[in-house]
Each structure stands twice: as C-alpha cells, then as structure tokens.
Design a protein. Structure first.
Lengths: 376, 856
C-alpha cells in the first residue's frame, strides 16, 4: 500500500494539515459550493430542456395548427354531425378548438408556462401530462414514469449489470493474457459494436422467434397472461432474454476492449512492474496494484451506468415492444408533451448531480490520495 | 496476412454480411407490382375472399361470440405477417398498407380489403402573382390545375407505390362506394376524359403559362427573368408513401419545364404553412394531402363543400378562403345543395351530383390521386367478416363473426398496433380505434351497420318506421323499416325535448314550444317483446327502462351549467346534437316503442331510424356504474372528460384501470349504503330502493370478479386488463340474447363476377346485343340483390356515346341492347362496351368490358 501511495502523493499539491474542526469546515464549505454549483447547473439544464422541447415557442404554433386540424377532421368525420347546419357546425368547431387550446395551456405565453414548468420541476412536482396518459390512464407524470420504471430497471439493469461485470472481468483476464488467441478474437470482434442493439434485436427476433420459434417476438409477458405468479415471472424472464441479449451483445466486445486497454495501461505502471519484480502472485497484483488504484474510475463508470439505466433504450424497446421509459420519453418528444419530458429530465438531472456529488466523497473513501476540498 | 489482420477482416465480413442482409427488403419494389399487374384489384379481392370465409356453419345453440376467449396483444405492424406465420398471433386486426400485400399473399394468409388513406394534391390558388413575393403561381389558374389530371399517371402511382393494391381516384367521392356506383356512367365518362395524357397537359399548361406572361427559355419556364419554381410540401411522415408521390409529381412538372423545390416535412412542420399559414406568402404551391374514411358513407354529397369551398368546416383556413376566390358560382351552389340535401327527389340529387363531379374536375383543387386500400391479415383456419370501409378492427361485425373455422369456442390471439391508449368511460372516454375495437365487442346498440353497404340492420330493436315530410329525397332498401311520406309531423306535447337540471325533470315539447312544433322526420323504433327478459348486463342485472331513461338524461345533464357534473367540453358536443332533437317519446314500454322527432335526415330510411339504447358516445354502461362515476365527479374527485380532468387536476375517469377504480368503488359503496337513486325526481319512477341496492351489489360483485367496471351487454365480457403489458382479454358472454350464427349472412362481401359476351363485329345502324352474366362463386347472382346493370358504349373516338340499362333475362343473366337508332350515329372503328353491375347487398360495383369493331 505504501509503495502505491508514495509516487502519487508527491504529484499532489501539498496540503496543510488541519484540525478535525477545520476539516469539517472545509468539507462543509466544499459541499455547499459544490451543491450550489450543481443546482445552478441543473436549473440551467432543465430550463434549456424546456425551451428546446418547446422549440423556443414554435411548438405553440405547431400545436395550435394540430388542434385545428384534428378537431375539424374529428367533427367532419362524426356521423352525428353530418347533417348539422353549417353555422352550428362551425361554431362547435371553434368552441372545441378554444377549449382544447385552453386545456393545453396555449392561451398563456410560453415564458410564463416555462417558469411554471421550471418551478414544478425543481420542486419535483412533476404535475400532469398534456397529451399522454399512464398505461392505466392517469395524466400524472409521476404515475406515467413509475409505471414504466419496473420494466425499465429490469431490462436495463439486467443487461447493464451483466455487461458491466462480465466485460470488466473478462477484460482483466484478457489483460493478463495479452496477445493470446482469445485476446485477438475479442479485438477482431470489437467492430461488431458498431451495430446498435436494435440491429441485433431484429436478428435475434428473426432467428429465435420467427424461425426457431423458441422465444417470443416481443412484449413482456405471454398473452393470455399466465395465472400463477411463478408462471408470470418465468414468462417475463423468457421475454427478457432477447432484448437483454441484444443490449449486451451490441456493446459487449467494445466494452471488453475498452476495459482491457484500460487495464493494460495500468498494468504497465512502474509500481506494477516493481510488484512483479518482487515476485508477487498475479492475483495479488491484480487486486492490489491494478484494481485498487483504478477503483475511482471503475466506480465512476458503475455509477454512471446505474443512472444511465434511467434513460431506457428507445429503439430496442420499440423493436421488442418493451414497455420501458425510453419509449415513454420518445413518445413524449413526439407529442411535445413538455411535462413528461421535463419530468424524466429533472429526475435524470438530479440523479446525475447527486451521483457527481457523492462520487467526490467516494473517491476520498477509496483513494487516500484524494481529499474533499483538498484543492482549496 | 497476419492472424490479427485475418481476424479483423473476418469480423468486418461478418458485419458487412449482417448489414446487407438486414438492409435487403422483403421484395424488391420493382418486382412487387408485377403480381398486381396480372391481377386486377377487384379480381384479387374476389379470389381472396372466396378462400377467406366459408360461412356455412351448422346450426348452433351457442350464444354470444364464437370464440371462448379473444386475447388482444400489441404487435408492431412490421412483424405482423411474420408473427401470424410463426403462430404467435392468429389475426392482425389493423389494416396493413399496400406495400405489405405481396408479403401477405406470399405467406398464404387470408386478408380483408378496406379503405386506407386517400391521397390528393392541394394547390395554393392565390395569384396569378403571390402578393408577398410577386412571383407567378401557375396553379392560380384552374385550367393548369385541371391539366394536372392529365399530367399524372395514377396507374403508375398505384403500381409503383402501392403495389397495385389501391384504386385510382379522380373524385372526392370514394371510388367504388355507393355514390360512385350510383353514378357509374358519369364517373366512367369523366375518368375517360381525364385519363393520363401528358401531351395534352403540356399543351394546356403551356397556353395558360403564356397567357399569364411566362416564357419558356431553354426548356424552363421563367417569369420576370426568374425560373418559375414550384414549391412542393411533401409529407414524409404518416405511411411514407407521400414522398414518392411528391417526387413523382415534381418529376412530371420538371418534365414540362418547371423548376421544383421539394420540401419534405412532417405534419407538424407542414401544417403551419399549408393550412394555417397565409397562402398569399407563397410558401408553397402544392401540398401532398391524405385523408381517411372509415365508414361506408352512403351520402358523400357534402364532400364537395368540405374539400373545395370556403364554406367548408375548414373555412377557418385562409387557404380554403382562397379556394373560393374566382370559384364557379354554379359549383359553389351545387356544393351547398349537396351538403344539405336541398332536393325534392333522388333524381334531382343525382343530376346535381353528376354536374358537381364535372365541375369539381374543372376546379381541381384538390386533384385526387389514389384511394388507398389496407389489408388486415389472418391465418388459415380463422374466419371473420369485415367492413369494406373500416376493415376488421373498425367494424361492428367482427365480434359476431370471428371464429376458428368450424369450431365453437377456443382462444384467438389478436394483434393490434396499440391498445389501452386513453381511459375508457362511456361519456367522454377513449376515442381511439385501438380501444374501440375491443369496446365494440362488449357493447350493444340498437342497430348494426351493414359492413358491405353501410345501411343499418336491427340489432337490439325489432323494426322501425320513418315518417318523412313530403318532398324529402329519402329512399328505403331493407324490409325491417317502413317509409311513409306525410304532409307534416306534429311533435306530441308530452314528448321530451330538454332537461331541467335544477329540478331534474324532463322539459316537454308543450313546455318548450307552447305554440307546438313540427319535425321533418318522425322515426319509430320498436323493440322485441322479450327485451326485458332476454337482455342482461354482464353483471347479471336485467336491462330495464331505468337504463334507457338514465342514458337519455346523461345526454343532456352534463351540458347544463346547473348540473353537478356540468362539463363545458362535453356540453359543446351535446348541445350541438341536442339542438336537432325535436322530441322523444316512449309510446309503450311493453314492447318498448320510441318515437323520435328531428329535422335532420339522411337519404336512406334505415339510417333515419333513431334507436335508443343505454349506450353513450364512447361506450355502454348500466346506470349504477355511471352513477358511481357521476358521484365521484360531483365530489370533484374524477372527471369524465380529459378537459375537465385537466381543469380540475383530477383523474380522467377510467372504468377499467388506474386510480379511478378505487374512487369509483368508494362512491359505489356509498350509493349502495344509501340505496341511492340518481336523479330521483325522474328516476324514482323507474327504480325502487331495493332494485337500486341490488344493482349496486351486482356491480360490486362484478368488480370483485373482474377487477373493473366495464359492464356492457355485448357478445363478449371484458375479462382482464393488463395496462403496462398491453394485453386485454375478452371472454364469451353466454347470456347474450342472440345465437352466434345470427350474422352469418355477412360471411363475405358478395362482389359480383361479371362476364360480357357478344359479336366481335357489329354493323352501325343495327341493334347491338350483348349478354351479361352476373355470378358469385359460379352461382347466378339473384336479381333481387341487384339494383341495376348499367351499359356504356365507347365509340372509336373513345367517348361515351351511349348509356343505358341492361334487361333482366333471369337470375344472373342480362341482355344489353343498344338500339339501332343510336348505333347509327356512332363512329365506325374499334369500340368498347362496358357494364357496371350495381348490387344492393354490397356497395362495390363490378365493371366489365368487351371490345368490338363497328363497321358501316
């Protein structure tokens, strides 16, 4: 351990030793400034999202045009109104247009609405969607998101966790066997990651659903839905195989390649060579001289991977008809449903900010070279 | 090569092969039309239909739907055919676009053929110069727009873009539907006149362009030394077919000297320019439009006003106002008459329609291109009837005819692009086709639309009568209704005409119109004598008068500001509909008989029979569940409409899922505890406290069993709703009053097969005689089922020189005779006789022709 810390400490600025109370003040001050900075960043990010989602106000024009067309066609196609006098019909159309514009808040300027959106977002009052419903029919953005969350976590969590750990440990093994046939195979297969997950998804569907007929085309459960809990759980697992595999395989080799390169670079550090020269066991070298110093990087990746789960996988979910958050966000963008867009964004922004904030502390915990607010 | 390089190359090859395989289309676009070229549209349908449904099931004792269970699950349309082939689903209820037809046929699946989108070109008619830019707008000239009909090869569009599966379209009316069939001779003559003729188009456009001051310089039209650039707004969303349409039109315009600016936009981008923008700005010349018609509209007379005139419902648009500038007043007047049937006879209407068609071609804004068709596939071994306009999922007939061939019972898995889109409630719930496909299976109505003609059949009523004011252009086709013309229909004083929301009492005609009132139409609906014994709600409660009266109240009360459930969004609709009600009277409750008085009318007596049933705009419900929801709304916890739920920030009432269920249960329990009678001043005449308690208890028991409050009287019961998984199951209703085979007559559309026979050579000045054979599946077509067989003769100049009717010889045999005095005036040479067989039992006419030579 000492051999590790020595060269690093010398590269860090000298820090004056403080008492425990001054350390607390330093951490408090750092935390305060950091939190304020992150908060301001989140505010700016969310407000930009609101303005972008509304195309700086042009969405109002689009929505008004859409309302006019939709209502006119709906009234014109309604057989109940077919023989209604013209004036009465036009009055009905006009009234419905005004009601719909009012319902969607288009009777108020975007500037005012944007401030409301921002205020609600920052206070996590996610509010109500404009056009979208939750699957169960509620307009509450909270329910729209919560409803999709379990299946999103299941798919993204399963695939990302498998991908993360399998890629990392396989990479570690490959870095030990640099130049071996397996190493070369992985390198050769790395370009397969240039194809997105949905691309593999379509292939998997063709092979396993259409031709072999051993796995379902998509969805999350058999239709009709099995009656027992066990049968339902197994059904979900069966439906999970293809989308999860597609997500994993699409970045599998690239992830291994990345990690392998990362470990190789760290394996060639002087202190690792010194450890090797000392005659330490390979496993000890890995654990104490490679993994330990790279832990902050691994943790950062892991944390960002975890919050990345939140965003879902838009196209893959669509290909597999998987009811995840990705499709919800995509639909919200298509419908210009600002509350839903902002709702998902703000949660992601908060998760990201909290993660970034906490990571600073985690670094300090896992790496003795790092001190909170040490740069001051 | 090193190992490393070798492996790298192998990996690249793997990727490349995968990419190439993925990118390869199912069938090359250029090959697909070949199949269709050999198989004319009508014949394709006939061939497929013959194989599709053979509705000759043995007599049955089964009630309700044929299947024990139908499971709806979401399937992407792109994989629908593959999933049917793989056995994952049995049927895909939604129509697939024409480009999927070859794949459906190759897979050997059965399929429906229904209306898809129909496509047109809308022109900016401002000009000749755009006020904002001073640039020339060629389409300000009606003659240039008219010439566009000759410039566009509709057959090419159909073959290249729609795989031959669509129909060519020249008119605002739907090709092959009732008005088209009725005017077969007129439309054929016009189609002939406006057939593809690029030379003629160029000639007309050149003359008009020169008249407007443009000059052709090096093959390019210029105006004030600048090229005349046509801006095409080409929609690139929707079904994607408007991109090749727009490109084709642009190419054709370029071929005669125009410069084009192709702007590809999705709906939301194009809409602010074409329909909501100012046409004076000159931001577009042509917009690639598309519309949909999902019902067999038996009276499309209002289409002229809707699409061409500033009096349209689109009158808010500056574009529509611009269409009216310089418009032929005769056309405008005819459009108005046709929109509101200002005629005294059907013959007068027909003449006006024929003239309006002619004038619409001269106006040509829009220019119609294609009547798209969609195809809903199902596997061999499944039978289902479908609506010629609405297809399978949009039809009312599918719940009665969907079955596993030759079997009673079983489970059928139904794929759909989406489901459970919006909350379900009968007053202002979901209006999505994906939800309504299920809702229709669980509900009943008084009448059932004929899937082949658009006429109505009695579903829950037994018979009807229409008393129309003399001089109205109304006819009748089916026997269940009688039609009588009367000098006037006096509305009885005690008929209900409005609702007093304060006192919760009906307002009678005598109170509202003390001086009395009359109506153009009086319709009488008579219900079966055993109605009260045979029809039961899914929770086991019998249907009673209370359900009828409550439903009527719900048609008025939410529109009254004094009501506890007043909803301005619903009020707009209800007020509009109720304004046309002149009176409602229950003249008998056993058997139930209802008189309905109104000033609005349709051309068919069958459609003029107004039937009452406990069905609101968006579904059916017994009064007890509606009461629970209404109480929740009155308490400010739920709202029937999206608008009110938004305004009050409460849940949009859903009878099937979500937070609404808990709230509804709370109010159902409360109502049960009080044996609550809604609208007691009126409803207590129809409900006793004991009956109320029993009704609430049965609804609660239903909820505990099924987990929702969607209680109907239809042939299927909503069994389970899985919202996030998007899986819905319905099960057969064994207590449904009708036998499962009641509607077997709609097994397949009886599209006539027609063969023409005659001499190959005829002498002018003599009678021309041709034999017309009309059959269906090889059997003679019953004469009683045929409205008429029209005959048209084209002489050597290509013009229609004779129209008439063929004479009936016997079932399936007609003779077309063109008298000698007529033939004497024909031009000698290659001629053609064409017949149009117009059946009564299917709205699609069948055309057949025979070429022959005339000599002097």
């Amino acid at each position: 351990m000492e051999t590790v810390s020595e060269p690093i400490v010398t590269s860090k600025p000298k820090v004056k030793k403080n008492s425990s109370s001054s350390a607390f003040q330093r951490i408090f001050r750092y935390s305060f400034v950091r939190l304020i900075t992150l908060f301001v960043t989140v505010v700016i990010g969310v407000y930009l999202t609101i303005m972008i989602a509304n195309m700086g106000g042009y969405v109002d024009t689009i929505m008004k045009a859409e309302i006019r067309e939709r209502i006119t066609i709906s009234v014109a196609n309604n057989q109940a109104y077919k023989n209604m006098p013209k004036d009465q019909l036009n009055e009905l159309i006009l009234e419905r247009i005004q009601l719909e514009e009012k319902r969607m808040g288009l009777d108020r300027p975007l500037v005012i609405r944007s401030v409301n959106f921002l205020k609600n977002a920052m206070t996590l009052n996610l509010g109500r969607a404009v056009n979208m419903n939750s699957d169960a029919g509620s307009r509450q953005v909270r329910l729209i998101i919560l409803e999709r969350l379990p299946y999103t976590l299941l798919l993204m969590g399963t695939s990302n966790l498998i991908l993360f750990f399998s890629a990392m440990f396989l990479a570690l093994a490959l870095s030990r066997n640099y130049g071996s046939i397996w190493d070369k195979i992985v390198i050769a297969l790395t370009p397969t990651s240039s194809a997105p997950a949905w691309f593999y998804g379509i292939f998997f569907i063709l092979i396993f659903a259409a031709v072999l007929r051993i796995l379902p085309f998509g969805g999350v459960m058999d239709a009709p839905i099995p009656e027992t809990f066990i049968a339902r759980a197994l059904s979900v697992l069966k439906h999970l195989i293809l989308p999860a595999s597609a997500l994993i395989i699409s970045t599998f080799f690239l992830s291994i390649y990345n990690w392998r390169t990362f470990f190789l670079i760290n394996s060639s550090e002087d202190y690792v060579d010194t450890a090797k020269a000392k005659g330490l066991q390979g496993r000890d070298i890995e654990r104490r001289y490679i993994l330990r110093p790279t832990l902050p990087y691994i943790i950062t990746n892991f944390a960002l991977m975890l919050i990345g789960i939140w965003t879902g996988a838009i196209v893959t979910e669509t290909v597999f008809q998987w009811p995840g958050l990705g499709r919800t966000i995509f639909k919200a963008i298509g419908l210009y449903d600002t509350p839903v867009i902002v709702g998902t964004t703000i949660i992601y922004a908060y998760l990201l900010a909290i993660t970034v904030f906490l990571l600073d502390f985690v670094y300090a915990l896992v790496d003795p070279r790092v001190k909170i607010g040490g740069g001051k | 090569m090193s190992k490393k390089s070798f492996l790298f190359v192998v990996a690249l090859l793997v990727i490349a092969s995968m990419a190439l395989t993925a990118c390869q289309p199912g069938a090359p676009a250029t090959e697909a039309p070949v199949v269709e070229t050999e198989a004319p549209v009508v014949e394709v349908q006939e061939t497929e239909v013959v194989e599709t449904a053979e509705p000759t099931p043995p007599p049955t004792t089964r009630h309700g739907g044929w299947a024990d269970e139908v499971v709806f699950t979401v399937v992407d349309s792109a994989s629908a055919v593959t999933q049917i082939q793989a056995g994952a689903i049995d049927i895909y209820g939604s129509g697939l676009s024409s480009d999927k037809l070859p794949e459906i046929q190759a897979a050997g699946l059965n399929y429906s053929k229904q209306n898809g989108l129909y496509y047109e070109l809308t022109f900016n008619p401002v000009g000749p110069e755009f006020p904002a830019t001073g640039k020339l707008n060629p389409f300000s000239s009606a003659k240039v727009r008219e010439a566009m009909n000759w410039l566009i090869d509709r057959q090419y569009l159909n073959q290249e873009i729609y795989a031959g599966g669509a129909l060519l379209k020249w008119f605002t009316i739907t090709t092959q539907f009732p008005d088209y069939a009725d005017l077969a001779d007129v439309v054929k003559a016009l189609e002939n006149k406006y057939a593809y003729n690029p030379e003629k188009a160029n000639e007309v456009i050149t003359a008009e362009m020169e008249a407007m001051g443009a000059t052709l310089v090096d093959g390019k039209w210029t105006y004030k030394d600048e090229p005349v650039t046509i801006i095409l707004l080409i929609r690139n969303d929707s079904d994607g077919t408007r991109v090749p349409i727009g490109d084709y039109v642009a190419n054709q315009l370029e071929s005669i000297g125009f410069t084009t600016d192709r702007q590809y936009k999705k709906s939301s981008e194009a809409s602010p320019i074409w329909v909501n923008g100012n046409p004076d700005d000159g931001l577009f010349h042509i917009y690639t439009g598309a519309w949909s018609a999902t019902v067999i509209d038996r009276d499309q007379g209002d289409n002229f006003q809707f699409f061409y005139c500033p009096e349209s419902a689109y009158g808010f648009s500056a574009l529509w106002q611009a269409k009216g500038v310089g418009q032929n007043p005769e056309f405008n007047e005819l459009a108005d008459k046709l929109a509101y049937n200002k005629f005294t006879s059907l013959e007068e209407r027909r003449a006006a329609f024929a003239r309006a068609l002619e004038l619409s071609m001269e106006d040509s804004n829009p220019v119609w291109l294609i009547d798209g068709k969609n195809f809903a596939p199902w596997r061999e071994g499944i039978e289902v009837s479908y609506d010629l306009a609405a297809g399978v999922d949009g039809s009312y007939i599918w719940p009665f005819t969907l079955r596993i061939a030759g079997e009673e019972g079983g489970t059928i898995t139904w794929g759909t692009p989406d489901i459970l889109v919006d909350p379900w409630n009968p007053l202002a719930g979901t209006n999505w086709a994906f939800d309504n496909q299920v809702i229709r299976a669980t509900t009943s109505t008084g009448i059932l639309p004929d899937p082949h003609t658009g006429l109505y059949w009695p579903l829950r009523i037994e018979s009807g009568a229409v008393y129309a004011k003399e001089g109205l252009p109304i006819g009748k086709t089916l026997d269940w209704v009688t039609l009588e013309f009367v000098p006037e229909n006096v509305v009885p004083e005690d008929a209900w005409v409005d609702w007093d929301a304060v006192n919760q009492k009906w307002i009678t005609v005598g109170e509202k119109y003390p001086e009395g009132t009359t109506a153009l139409i009086k319709s009488v609906a008579v219900y079966p004598a055993d109605l009260w014994e045979t029809v039961k709600w899914h929770d086991g409660s019998p249907v009673t008068m209370a359900d009828f009266v409550y439903t009527l109240i719900m048609g008025f009360d939410p529109a009254k500001p004094e009501s506890a459930i007043y909803d301005e969004a619903i009020a707009a609709n209800l007020d509009a509909v109720n304004a046309n009600i002149k009176g409602i009277k229950f003249t008998s409750t056993d058997p139930l008989t209802v008189e309905f008085y109104t000033d609005t009318y349709a051309l068919d007596a069958e459609i003029n029979v107004t039937t009452l049933w406990p069905t609101l705009t968006y579904g059916e419900a017994p009064w007890q569940t509606m009461t629970a929801a209404a109480l929740a709304e009155a308490a400010g916890e739920l709202a029937f409409s999206a608008d009110k739920s938004e305004a009050n920030e409460v849940e949009w009432t859903s009878f099937i899922a979500g937070p609404s269920l808990e709230i509804m249960t709370k109010y159902l329990d409360q109502a049960a505890a009080e044996s609550y009678i809604p609208y007691a001043p009126t409803m207590s005449a129809y409900i006793t406290p004991e009956e109320a308690a029993a009704r609430y208890a049965s609804a609660k028991a239903f909820f505990e069993k099924y987990g929702h409050y969607w209680i109907g009287t239809g042939p299927y019961i909503l069994n389970s709703v899985n919202t996030t998984e998007k899986i819905v199951t319905i099960v057969n209703n064994p207590d449904y009053p009708d036998l499962s085979d009641k509607w077997n007559m709609f097994g397949e559309p009886k599209v006539a097969e027609v063969a023409l026979d005659g001499e190959a050579q005829a002498v002018l000045g003599t009678d021309f005689v041709f034999d017309v054979a009309v059959t269906f599946k090889g059997e003679p077509y019953a004469a009683k089922d045929i409205k008429e067989v029209k005959v048209m003769v084209y002489d050597a100049t290509g013009l229609i020189v004779y129209t008439g009717l063929a004479d009936l010889v016997e079932d399936g045999k007609y003779t077309a005779t063109i008298p000698a005095d007529k033939t004497a005036a024909f031009e000698a040479g290659a001629s053609k006789v064409e017949v149009a067989v117009v059946p009564l039992i299917v709205s699609i006419p069948t055309f057949a022709d025979l070429e022959f030579v005339t000599v002097k």
